[in-house]
Design a protein around this ligand. Structure first.
Ligand SMILES: Nc1ncnc2c1ncn2[C@@H]1O[C@H](COP(=O)(O)OP(=O)(O)OP(=O)(O)O)[C@@H](O)[C@H]1O
Ligand SMILES: [Mg+2]
Length: 263
């Protein structure tokens, strides 16, 4: 095991930023936890470490947890934070809010991996890793040096995002990391009156097609005001008890992950 006690390490990645990768990561983590699994989230996105923000964990309230403690075998470690039943750690918490000078990309990969390994994760069925967007460095280093069980690729329907998606798929495939599947975020609008699914983005011929690639489409998440409202309120959608048309895709994707990667 790459991390003691952690059964499946899954990257949540995208070819470019802003496609809703972090939104999908935290909602999917909560949906997985609702299946009864022990779930952790590691925010590896050094360039936009938004997981703490979206889950409402701040460094001010976590400093005690950040002090390196000593394991039985005298290895220093960082205790993860807990929120909504999830174990949470972020490279952003290690660097701090005011850190403006980022390390060079090669070095960044090693900082991100080392922080992951220095975190004392409990026993987890799934650790979702919010992966930095893109396919250069530090992404290449991370793909090669972490023991991934698989990668979930997040995309949006626009053509350019789809081209970036192919690159992101290629990054993991080149390193023989299994692709869990693709999540299409902001896939359609849900009519607030009648519940009709309205296509917003033009799907061109060049669009990625689940049918002619060997990659599964895990699910389509609608563009919906409550998704962004709940994220802004640091209270992700799937943390609510009841199922709505917006939460259903996250739960379906979670069940598909559990089917592919039994806990
Ligand atoms: N399905 C959705 N419906 C409505 N709003 C969404 C949806 N998905 C994401 N958003 C909103 O879009 C914005 C970008 O999402 P998010 O920060 O998750 O993207 P990201 O890919 O992680 O971006 P970055 O590359 O900057 O880390 C956020 O304000 C979020 O609330
Ligand atoms: Mg993000």
């Amino acid at each position: 095991m790459f991390l003691p006690g952690v059964k499946h390490i899954l990257a949540v990645a995208s070819g470019k930023g802003g496609v809703g990768k972090t939104t999908v990561t935290v909602n999917l983590a909560l949906a997985l936890a609702q299946t009864g699994a022990q779930v952790g989230v590691y925010d590896a996105d050094l360039y936009g470490p938004n997981v703490p923000l979206m889950l409402g964990v701040r460094r001010k309230t976590s400093r005690k947890g950040m002090v390196p403690a000593v394991r039985a075998e005298s290895q220093p470690y960082i205790r993860p934070l807990e929120r909504y039943g999830l174990q949470v750690m972020s490279v952003g918490l290690v660097l701090g809010d005011a850190e403006t000078v980022l390390p060079d990309p090669m070095f960044a990969g090693h900082i991100i991996r080392q922080t992951l390994q220095d975190t004392l994760w409990g026993t987890l069925d799934y650790l979702l890793v919010d992966f930095p967007p893109g396919s250069g460095e530090p992404q290449q280093t991370l793909v090669r040096t972490i023991g991934w069980s698989g990668a979930v690729i997040v995309t949006t329907p626009q053509d350019m995002a789809l081209m970036d998606t192919r690159r992101s798929l290629g990054l993991f495939q080149a390193a023989n990391v299994p692709i869990v599947g693709v999540v299409e975020n902001m896939s359609y609008l849900l009519c607030p009156h009648c519940g009709e699914q309205i296509e917003v983005f033009d799907r061109t011929d060049r669009a990625w097609d689940a049918a002619d690639s060997n990659v599964d489409l895990l699910g389509r998440v609608p563009m919906h005001l409550t998704i962004s409202q709940r994220i802004n309120a640091r209270h992700p959608l799937v943390n609510g008890a009841h199922e709505t048309p917006e939460t259903a895709p996250f739960r379906e994707i979670a069940h598909e992950i559990v089917r592919k990667y039994p806990r």
